[in-house]
Ligand binder design. Structure first.
Ligand SMILES: [Zn+2]
Length: 101
């Protein structure tokens, strides 16, 4: 039994490793599609500029096989819009709850 278990666990490990490699290669492939400018304002992006690389935001859309790039300013705006949107949803849910009572 113990040898069988070992065999099973080894198979599992191998499969995991293979999946991980596949995942990384997919991500690297998408990384080649990194835009050269901010998606929202068009500010040019220099991927060799370490400060830029650290402060800009890269969103990998694996399903769409595309990469979105945002400068810090646009990212902040996007976050604000998202928060407002979420608050709006919360209000809406509260309202619906009241209506159901
Ligand atoms: Zn921007």
């Amino acid at each position: 039994l113990s040898s069988l278990e070992r065999k099973l666990s080894r198979n599992k490990t191998n499969k995991k490793k293979k999946d991980l490699n596949k995942e990384i290669s997919t991500k690297v492939g998408l990384f080649d599609k990194l835009p050269e400018k901010c998606l929202t304002c068009g500010q040019p992006y220099d991927k060799l500029d370490k400060d830029m690389v650290k402060s800009w935001y890269v969103i990998v859309k694996e399903q769409e096989k595309s990469v979105h790039l945002y400068c810090p300013e646009c990212w902040k705006l996007a976050i604000n819009i998202l928060e407002e949107f979420e608050q709006h949803l919360e209000h809406k849910n509260t309202y619906n709850d009241c209506e159901n009572e």
